[in-house]
Design a protein around this ligand. Structure first.
Ligand code: NAD
Length: 460
């Protein structure tokens, strides 16, 4: 079976991919197992593995424009976002984990009795990775680079909506010197190919980024197969909290890009803006002026700031949330409609007078829709921020360092940004709590995801 892949900005067919299905997954896992058992990758010196991962980063940089264009064509995001968020993010991840691949990976442990004990980190073996469409290249790199740095083989299934940039990344990894069979990209739908990978008894570990709904299904798939450990980076409904003493200009910029980066299709989107009552009206005026200046259109044009959503289905979903916001009585301040007749463009949309129980305040929209809520006290801000089932990220804008520290301490989120938003670095662990998942991509913490610990006791 083949799957058509469209450019969502033009609705033109970009190409077709095969749905690998169970047989394709079996073949890929067998190749990954065979490469792992032959120690083609793990058997290399750490410095050689480091050099190959570093070369991969150099190749990504060398192909920056082609890769960015591929990402733009398959996602509809602007070229600027594709260059920064996807291509640079991917290269940076490979460089960071190239370094970590030389980390010493064991320690000696003091125990009672005449023994010496070592606790060593070992690769799992075959890692299954399933990635979403919103940052296809970057998230693939966030899985591949640490898994490889730890010595694993990988079978990766990208989203069926955005397969091409990941396939190209696979070619570049081969060119960099990653041995055959060590990285395998399988295409296909979630229900067929993704499920087959999640249930495969010879996959030792599963890492996933995507929706909470799929995350739950992967836990079931693991429970019903070989109990492979699963790590999940899921959705969010993050609060971006602006206190009256904040640097107004910086906070407006943070609120704008917190909500509308990648057309709001980013798991950390600051999609709930909480503004202190005393500055609420004035702050919204400033913000709306900026929102109205955003330019929607052909994502390949340099001056365009808002591109297309990823698909018709996603556009319909976002428009239905906008409809529900109106129905539930929130005030539509700007946007609210599809833009143009071709492509999946939705206007940047801002609602005020949003109540915490409304759907647009509770559920992840994954589109350019900002819900603004007001608060009177720090306690109320905290309560509002923590009152969704998600816990991926939060932002706090204030000039009061003590308050910032108090908030950071009490916010239930995997990442808290103080006087900044949507900042990432491969050295900083990233992941969520509550329905936003568990396990951490990036940083030293990522090494825990891709290794298991073996204790070896030697009698003295
Ligand atoms: P999705 O869960 O529908 O799909 C993600 C991937 O899972 C795709 O490759 C898909 O084919 C696969 N999949 C779907 N059903 C499957 C199944 N039953 N078994 C195995 N695989 C299956 O999510 P999406 O629509 O691609 O992405 C949007 C969602 O991802 C949003 O909810 C967003 O918040 C989340 N997301 C989270 C992060 C994060 O780091 N926390 C990052 C990006 C996206």
């Amino acid at each position: 079976m083949t799957i058509p892949v469209e450019n969502p900005a033009t609705e033109e067919l970009l190409g077709e991919i095969a749905d690998a299905g169970e047989q394709g997954v079996n073949d890929a896992v067998a190749a990954a197992r065979s490469a792992f058992n032959s120690r083609l990758w793990m058997g290399k010196n750490p410095s050689e593995r480091q050099a190959i991962l570093w070369r991969a980063a150099d190749l990504i940089d060398a192909h920056r424009e082609d890769l960015a264009l591929l990402v733009t064509l398959e996602t509809g995001k602007t070229l600027k976002d594709a260059r920064g968020g996807d291509v640079s993010g991917a290269a940076d991840a490979f460089r960071y984990f190239a370094g970590l691949s030389r980390n010493s990976n064991g320690q000696s442990v003091g125990v009672d009795g005449p023994f010496s004990v070592r606790a060593d980190r070992e690769p799992f073996g075959v890692v299954g990775a399933i990635t979403p469409w919103n940052y296809p290249l970057c998230i693939a790199a966030w899985k591949l680079a640490p898994a490889l740095a730890c010595g694993n083989s990988v079978v990766l299934k990208p989203s069926e909506l955005t397969p091409f940039s990941t396939l190209r990344l696979g070619q570049l990894l081969a060119e960099a010197g990653v041995p055959a069979g060590t990285v395998n990209i399988v295409n296909g739908y979630g229900d067929s190919t993704g499920d087959a990978l999640a249930r495969h008894n010879d996959v030792d570990k599963l890492t996933f980024t995507g929706s909470t709904r799929t995350g739950r299904r992967l836990m079931v798939a693991s429970a019903e197969s070989n109990l492979k450990p699963v790590s999940l980076e899921l959705g969010g409904k993050s609060a971006n909290i602006v206190f009256a003493d904040a640097d107004r200009k910086a906070a407006v910029r943070g609120a704008l890009w917190g909500a509308f980066t990648n057309q709001g299709q980013i798991c950390t989107a600051g999609s709930r803006l909480l503004v202190e009552s005393s500055i609420h009206d004035e702050f919204l005026e400033w913000l709306l002026r900026r929102v109205r200046s955003l330019k929607i259109g052909d994502p390949r044009q340099d001056d365009v700031t808002i591109g297309s959503l990823v698909s018709k289905k996603q556009m319909e979903r976002v428009l239905s949330y906008i409809h529900s916001g109106k129905e539930e009585g929130a005030t539509l301040l700007c946007g609210g409609h599809r833009e143009g007749g071709v492509g999946c463009f939705v206007q940047p949309t801002v609602f005020s007078n949003v109540k915490p129980e409304m759907k647009i305040a509770q559920e992840e929209i994954f589109g350019p829709v900002l819900s603004v809520l007001r608060f009177a006290t720090e306690e109320e801000a905290l309560w509002l921020a923590n009152s969704t089932p998600y816990g991926l990220a939060a932002g706090v804008w204030t000039a009061d360092a003590t308050r910032a520290a108090r908030m950071a301490n009490k916010l239930r989120a995997g990442t808290v940004w103080i006087n900044c938003y949507n900042e990432f670095d491969p050295a900083a662990p990233f992941g969520g709590v509550k329905l936003s998942g568990f396990g951490r991509d990036l940083g030293q913490a990522a090494l825990d995801q891709y290794t298991t610990v073996k204790s070896t006791w030697t009698a003295q």
